[in-house]
Design a protein around this ligand. Structure first.
Ligand SMILES: Nc1ncnc2c1ncn2[C@@H]1O[C@H](COP(=O)(O)OP(=O)(O)OP(=O)(O)O)[C@@H](O)[C@H]1O
Length: 225
């Protein structure tokens, strides 16, 4: 089995200026790599670069053994993302959004898959309305449902805990673990130590010097001890 994700002396940033030190890590299928660090450290920039949303400044980056190719349908079929953005079709209902994703990824029973996600994310009674008229946390749940309903070899979640209540955060940790157990590699940018401890198998600490550490030490780092 090959690496799901491999970064070697990866440098990320904007307009040629790095935002943090060089990043090197390897992830196998089924691993959950928590990415942690202070506000502005560069976590989202690393995640965006891995997702192919911006070019690396330097270094090597390979997803599933191949260079990052965001314009390739094959790459996008394998890589699911959740970033801090509310991106919706204003005239589609919550159910219709999920059906679109399920059918686009050729799920065998899209209606059943949508029902399951609506149930898991507590959106059954909002299924028939457009995202604009639900709460911000419910919109977040929709985006998470859209990320989880589709298959992926690599799942990139940028602060997925944002706007979620504690019960939903527990559910999220469970879903991440389940997805990893099924073989997906998960990059989890997070500020939530509980989520890290519950879901992560390793931790990447983003600072001027970037370090990959085991989960327990990562949790200690977040707790400030
Ligand atoms: N589009 C952009 N153009 C230029 N600089 C940016 C851009 N987006 C972010 N930055 C800067 O890059 C640095 C890293 O930002 P990034 O969003 O990656 O941090 P982060 O670790 O995810 O922070 P947070 O925990 O606050 O979400 C910050 O100094 C930020 O101001």
């Amino acid at each position: 089995m090959g690496e799901a994700l491999e970064a070697d002396r990866l440098l990320v940033g904007y307009a040629g200026r790095p935002v943090c030190g060089e990043v090197s890590f390897r992830m196998m299928p089924g691993e959950v790599l928590a990415v942690v660090g202070f506000n502005g450290a560069g976590k989202s920039t690393v995640a965006r670069t891995v997702a192919g949303r911006q070019e690396p400044l330097a270094g090597e980056l390979r997803v599933l053994g191949l260079p990052v190719m965001p314009d390739s349908a094959g790459f996008r079929r394998q890589v699911a993302v959740l970033f801090d953005e509310d991106v919706f079709f204003p005239s589609l209902t919550i159910r219709e959004h999920l059906l679109l994703v399920a059918r686009g990824h050729s799920l065998g029973s899209p209606e059943e898959a949508v029902d399951a996600e609506l149930g898991f994310f507590g959106l059954e009674d909002k299924a028939g309305v457009v995202p604009d008229v639900v709460s911000s946390g419910q919109r977040r749940r929709l985006l998470l449902a859209a990320a989880f309903i589709r298959p992926s070899s690599l799942l990139i979640l940028d602060e997925p805990e944002q706007r979620l209540d504690p019960v939903m955060r527990e559910g999220l940790a469970e879903r991440i673990r389940q997805r990893a157990d099924a073989g997906t590699a998960v990059v989890l940018v997070t500020h939530d130590p509980r989520l890290l401890v519950q879901a992560a198998t390793a931790c990447l600490v983003i600072d001027e010097v970037v370090e990959q550490v085991d989960t327990e030490r990562g949790a200690q780092f977040i707790a400030g001890s």
